[in-house]
Design a protein around this ligand. Sequence first.
Ligand code: PLP
Length: 442
Amino acid sequence: MDVAEFRRRGKEMVDYVADYMETIEQRQVYPDVEPGYLRHLIPTEAPLEPETYEDVIKDVERVIMPGAASPACTELETVMLDWLGKMLQLPDDFLAGTHGHGGGVIQSTASEATLMSLLAARCKAVRLVQASDPQSSEADIMSKLVAYTSDQAHSSVERAGLIGGVRMKKVPTDDSYAIKGATLKKMLEEDKAAGLIPFYLCATLGTTPSCAFDHITELGPMCNAEKIWMHIDAAYAGSAFICPEFRPLLNGIEFADSFNLNPHKWLLVNFDCSTMWVKKRSDIIGAFKMDPLYLTHENQESGLVTDYRHWQIPLGRRFRSLKMWFVFRMYGLKGLQAHIRKQVGLAKEFESLVRADKRFEICAEVIMGLVCFRLKGSNELNEALLKKINHGRRIHLVPCQLSGRFVLRFAVCARTTESHHIQEAWRHITQLTFELLQEPAH
Ligand code: PLP
């Protein structure tokens, strides 16, 4: 959709809403659809090829309006999470389908998904210990619980530990900034020998500093054997797994208990939309279920309806699956794959430019849209370059530390980025580098 069409469609949408408000008295207050009504009205998978806006908006009247904000909001979300789960080739265990034990939910952010998984895991661990040792108090068990994550994990993981009131240990990473099975194994053995109870691992696929991938095929079986909940945080990189060439990076997902990615980061869905799947929805519902009288409804014990209020912290929720539905249909799977591939191609283009300049070095393998690079030289020199770049206000880079070295991160993420932007950015960086190296201090 170009800008001209966007303007036109936006105005049409205002008319649609205004018409709705004008005719609201003629509409039914309470929908008379049966649980599961929506799944039968739309395909079981996302389209391969793009559809038109007209196609989608026609379906709003046919599919959404009979179920109004609820149950349509819940039902479309469940089906969209199945659509995306299928695009990612998630194991069937993670799909809701019509009889599944798993399923997906939209959280606001990856931070929230991590926290939810940690709290569910904590609850499960406490119950497990109490099942074999009924005398042990919750406080005593909590004081022994240990969660693990990589020393490269996003700060939100450490924060989940803080909020969840459990200790979080950082697992050292290998030369490629990923956790290896052997390193975790050693930590688990030491901690168990010290009387602690390992209960949770947050592995990352696509770390924030360098887009590294933890070895989940090694970590997963160990977690399963030790009854440790494995959550996978793929906030950024997860979107790329819809492309068959990137899907092998998700191998090992079959061992995970929960998985999260942010379509709002890299799948063209506007903020906020963070998709989370669990293998056993009873784990998450079991941890957070509350049923006051004012929230009871006649279908709640039937097992036919999903009550997302048990899957998240807030009670109220927005109709965020609508934007997934629009995006998936208007791009089609092929369009979304093309978007990912184009951005990875642009990152590779930037990488080639860096590699061709002997003053610079690439600091981590470029797998997706992130290029970690630096000037060969001191951290101070690179800090000065970053300062110059960001003060220039034409491009914006965020740094990281890798093996004690100050590194610049070039991330391709805007929908409209083209090759000429990459070339321009590199010209700008080399011009500023030239100026920096002329300065007396350097
Ligand atoms: N996890 C990873 C790997 C990330 O890169 C980020 C953000 O950049 C996050 C989690 C936090 O994401 P959110 O803002 O959705 O909480």
